[in-house]
Design a protein around this ligand. Structure first.
Ligand SMILES: NC(=O)c1ccc[n+]([C@@H]2O[C@H](COP(=O)([O-])OP(=O)(O)OC[C@H]3O[C@@H](n4cnc5c(N)ncnc54)[C@H](O)[C@@H]3O)[C@@H](O)[C@H]2O)c1
Length: 271
């Protein structure tokens, strides 16, 4: 019999209504997990839950602003009560703010840090009592290539993604004795609503994307499922022995200081 990778596992996935979080929720359900889709977008979240149910999976939607501690606490508690425990926490919710630093208000800085960084603190704090009940448990945080390098016009975002990596390492150390492994997936250019929002801040979004992809050796944007597969790897025993580290999924983007993809690559052709 073919055992699925996440049979019997229960997962709380923030940002589960869209993009990478949505792909992760669907992949986890396919692999046998019961999934809490946690997000501020109820309509999209419900659709993800319906899609999972239509394929025979189990999921619930929980509306939650992950920048609010009480909301995170409640959504984790509901997840554990509804499904009967919790083994996997995926922090995928994120926002980007495009502006030079001097144009930020204090509120804009704090709001971004609340969603991208403080949410991880809250999710660890309030899931720990459940995670500790398992022999093995998993936290996966979504960083970015911006966890390692800079990017123009997004200083708070880049700071937040560096922090996600640092926080993931700290969590890995402090809770290893509890059986928790904590790792970070660091995506490159991935075709999601967030990418489209970011591109739309430029005068010619398609040209901006084409320009950016010339910096990518594979020559293509990643898809949400590419990232979901990396999250899955860190959320099961395929990655046994791996903690406090990061996996860059970026089509080779940050491998080269200088690069130009000029022609076709085989990655541009469908499989
Ligand atoms: N798309 C890219 O190119 C890219 C690259 C590197 C890293 N990332 C990171 O990947 C993660 C997922 O982003 P995505 O590209 O799938 O974008 P997305 O916009 O499709 O998904 C982000 C989700 O987070 C949710 N969210 C935002 N604020 C929230 C809040 N306060 N509480 C709860 N949920 C909230 C949104 O509603 C949305 O469903 C983010 O952390 C992002 O920073 C994206």
């Amino acid at each position: 019999m073919n055992r699925k990778r996440l049979d019997g596992q229960i997962a709380w996935i923030s940002g589960g209504a869209s993009g990478m979080g949505e792909a992760t929720a669907e992949l986890f359900a396919e692999e046998g997990a019961k999934v809490a889709v946690v997000d501020i977008q109820p309509e999209r979240g419900q659709k993800v839950v319906e899609a999972i149910a239509a394929h025979g999976g189990q999921a619930i939607f929980l509306e939650c602003n992950v920048a609010r501690e009480e909301a995170v606490r409640q959504s984790i508690e509901k997840t554990a009560e509804h499904f009967g425990g919790l083994q996997i926490v995926v922090n995928c919710a994120g926002v980007v703010h495009v502006a030079p630093l001097h144009a930020y208000s204090e509120q804009e800085w704090d709001d971004l840090m609340g969603v991208n960084v403080k949410s991880i603190f809250f999710s660890l704090k309030h899931s720990l009592s459940y995670l500790r009940q398992n022999q093995r448990s998993y936290m996966v945080n979504i960083g970015s290539v911006g966890s390692f390098i800079g990017q123009a016009q997004t200083p708070a975002y880049i700071t937040s993604k560096h922090a996600v990596l640092g926080l993931s390492r700290s969590i890995a150390l402090d809770y290893a004795a509890d059986g928790l492994r904590c790792n970070c997936v660091c995506p490159g250019i991935t075709d999601t609503p967030m990418l489209r929002f970011h591109l739309d801040t430029t005068p010619d979004p398609q040209a901006t994307l084409a320009n950016r992809l010339r910096r990518v050796p594979m020559g293509v944007a990643l898809t949400p499922i590419d990232i979901a597969r990396a999250v899955l790897y860190f959320s099961c025993e395929d990655s046994a022995g791996v903690t406090g580290t990061s996996l860059v999924v970026d089509g080779g983007y940050i491998t080269a200081a200088e690069w130009e993809t000029t022609g076709q690559t085989k990655f541009m052709e469908p499989l």
